[in-house]
Design a protein around this ligand. Sequence first.
Ligand code: SAM
Length: 281
Amino acid sequence: MIYREIIKKGSKFLKKNKIKNPYLDTELILSKVTKKKREEILLNVNNQLKNKDIKKFNKYLFRRYEKEPMAYILGYKHFWKSKFLTNKSVLIPRPDTELIVEETLNYLPMEKSKKILDVGTGSGCIIVSLLKERPKCSATAIDVSKNAINVAKTNAKLHQLENKINFINIDIDKYKSYNYDLIISNPPYINSIDLKRLDDDIKFHEPMLAISGGSDGFKVLKKVIIKSKKLLKINGKLILEVGHRQNKQCSKILYENGYYINKISKDFSGKDRCIVSTKLQ
Ligand SMILES: C[S@@+](CC[C@H](N)C(=O)[O-])C[C@H]1O[C@@H](n2cnc3c(N)ncnc32)[C@H](O)[C@@H]1O
């Protein structure tokens, strides 16, 4: 079968299960199977797909039909300026999370060697992106999921940062190392009602540990805020990603715990998404 027919058939199959970008996804799967760039595929639509590759293609296509996210099928996702390995143990890096990187860089002068902690590192996308931009800084990245820590370690290695980031498989509750200049966290923050409304791609495929913030969505967020008070230096910064309706409640928890709110920034769709705060005393 030639590429053109494969793309036509494949996208028709994905449409049956209401997959959002059936053509693009089919082309990307074909690109993975043939190890050719998507542009190359589109320029050679009359090429034949080998029989052994048809089998592989059908396997991946079926996974997409079942709503598995493309980042898991392809095994990677672009974030900030780099490519990150992704598998089912980690949340797929989101464009909205690039806001944390953008905001944090404002508090990390190029020449200073600040000590950073990333709580709930997942794929390691935030901390790896930050250290690539600020090579003088040093970092620790923790996650309660051992499998996530393994993915993050692999990503650090891919970006030659394995000696700059100390990865630890631990719950934030149990972590005891102090004097950080800056703590960043994109904790799980979806509440149990919103959880039920998520797209199947997320709900049935991404790790619950990375998404579910308990009944009110604040279970881990609160822990991070309270624990960071102990872990940060005075005047240290806590930079959090929050759900779009959590900004007010989260600011209240920060105030109650002695933080000053420096800034709340909006994501691409205009929703409050990132809170920068300072530990005052
Ligand atoms: C929303 S994901 C963020 C992943 C990554 N930082 C990103 O932005 O793409 C939250 C991460 O926090 C981790 N996590 C959940 N509860 C935790 C806890 N109590 N202590 C440490 N990490 C936790 C999860 O395993 C998951 O990897």
